[in-house]
Design a protein around this ligand. Structure first.
Ligand code: ATP
Length: 236
């Protein structure tokens, strides 16, 4: 269940003006990855390829050994990957609970129509009681991002991609959200790939991937690496 990037190259206008060239990376389950890099370095573009939202100029992205274009990008997006954005992207006219219930129904989840499942999912990210039945516009930004994660998790995809999920949040909410992603990776055994500008968030990841000078560099967080655990990511 590995997500693999092989020899990925991307440019928008001219091949000489590339964002990155021949990138090869491997993303494993049960691991939280942080992608860090300067503004404009191409992080969002890169994760849009991982999420099947766009395709690179060249290179191969495969999941479980299969080219995601052969899986079909729509199918891949529906069954294998779920995305959390910086700007929450909730249905503003709905309550927190309705947001999760609708995600279960739209994605034809096996839990579609199961209100208790939606309540439990929200509770698992700390949205409980009255908060769950409030219109999301009446919730704080941090609370809305918690709901957005519950909504994304409703899809139950093995890969979770998050583009600056804590970009608008204060320190406390940033810590809570990052801890949720740690849990999703370690307990739910998902592959979680998160873009961040925040060094503290990056330090909470199992693996840091720096995008600098058009090069990706992989760094395992020192306290997460032990002799019996091989590096979670390899790069050629
Ligand atoms: N569709 C496009 N056409 C042309 N250039 C683009 C397009 N999308 C992005 N770019 C350019 O590609 C570069 C990388 O953009 P991207 O949004 O991936 O960077 P980023 O690292 O995520 O930045 P930030 O941290 O500011 O969100 C930028 O210079 C951007 O202007």
């Amino acid at each position: 269940m590995t997500l693999t990037v092989q020899k990925l190259t991307h440019y928008f206008n001219h091949p000489d003006d590339y964002l990155y060239k021949n990138v090869s990376l491997k993303f494993n389950p049960s691991t939280l990855y942080a992608i860090v890099g300067e503004s404009g370095s191409g992080k969002t573009t890169f994760v849009s390829f991982l999420a099947g939202l766009d395709s690179p100029a060249s290179g191969l992205i495969s999941y479980n050994g299969k080219d995601i274009r052969k899986i079909g990008l729509t199918k891949y997006r529906n069954q294998d990957v779920t995305v959390v954005f910086q700007a929450y992207n909730l249905m503003n006219y709905m309550t927190a609970l309705e947001n999760v219930v609708s995600a279960l129904s739209i994605t034809k989840s096996k839990h579609a129509g199961n209100r208790q499942y939606a309540i439990d999912l929200l509770a698992s990210v700390g949205i409980e009681g009255e908060l769950a039945t409030k219109n999301v516009q009446k919730l704080s930004g941090g609370q809305q991002q918690h709901v957005a994660i519950a909504r994304a998790l409703a899809v139950d995809a093995p890969i979770v991609v998050a583009d600056e999920p804590t970009g608008n949040l204060d320190e406390q909410n940033t810590k809570e959200i990052t801890e949720i992603f740690q849990r999703v990776a370690h307990q739910s055994k998902k592959t979680v790939i998160m873009i961040t500008h925040d060094q503290k968030v990056a330090d909470m990841a199992d693996v840091k991937i720096m995008l600098e000078n058009r090069q990706f560099t992989v760094k395992n967080s020192p306290d997460k690496v032990s002799d019996d655990k091989p590096s979670a990511v390899s790069i050629n």
